[in-house]
Design a protein around this ligand. Sequence first.
Ligand SMILES: [Mg+2]
Length: 394
Amino acid sequence: MKICSLTAFVVPIALRRPVRHASHVRHHNDTLIVRCRLDTGHTGWGEGLPRPYVTGETIETAVQHVQQTSWHGLADSFQDPQEASDMLDEFVLADVSAPPEVVPRACFGNSVRCAVELAVLDAACQAAGCSVGEFICRLPEAAGIVRRQKEVFYSGVITSETPGRQRLSAFKMKLFGFAQLKVKVGTAGQDDRRCLRSVRRIVGKNVDLRLDANEAWQPQDVVSRMEPLLPFAPSCLEQPVPHAAVAELADIRSSLAVPVMLDESLCCQEDAEAAIRQNTCDLFNLRLSKCGGIRRSVRLAATAGQAGLGWQLGSQVGETGILSAAGRHFACNIDRIRYLEGSYDRFLVRERLTQEDLTFTRRGRAERIDRPGLGITVPDDRVQNLAEQTLEML
Ligand SMILES: [Mg+2]
């Protein structure tokens, strides 16, 4: 089989309400959607969400990557999804310059890599009659971390809002029955201690609470910022300091009674190796778009496992059903995911793009997908009607 056409669409995806955290407020996403058609007649879909504060990408640089890369390197035929994945793995994007405020890392371009990988894998797995989950289980780098699960449980997230709205969120999440909740901290003007105290009081002592500071704190302040929050038993602290200061976490961690997770500082293999070498964390936050797709994320999980570290599968705010499905395949087939985020579709986005509704149900529960490919149906006209830009790649 071979790819006969590859098309990118820039699609604005409106969120149901603005989403805030320490470093950003978001009303809609500029989403990169990729469609892959094979000569077998199968069509696959992929999605990437460029984020300047994570991989340094904007929708403009993603479009430049799409326009300037010579995609003819993907025109060779392949036998099966594994061969298609090998081809993608070796494929190199054009050398696009990063925005001036960004120090580019190897992850620059990862949202484009993710969108293309998902589209090709979706189509190739359909043609091979297997699900993307089955493909994941057969990846050589997944050896030792495969576990097939029928169902998984997602976390709730309490974002930065007024104290009243945060309490309301906590009530809703308790009623919904989540076992794990993430609370965003570090937003200017917000009293984290007060927030955490009321969230803990509302959800009770058995819910696992973790924190995400989204780079808000300076290294010298991390311990003192955390001290008033410790009585509420957070199980993990995500990305307390800016990426530029991440090496300083090595010293801070010994005075901190909570495991540290890297997110903005963990986007590619180089980041993972630096984190292990410098001893800056206990856990990686893997997000498919940020990490360049499924295979690279599986490799990062394997790297974490070999170093004795843990990992979670995270998501970007406002993913459509395409990334939700990809995340589900990862979550239902990769072992030891400490926390799981994503599949917020109906709660967060106005247009999920897929016919299937992949939103989790009570307790954050969601089922395995066993259909071929990603197991989703994306109406072509829905994407074309919403697209602001359409770019033929191949
Ligand atoms: Mg985070």
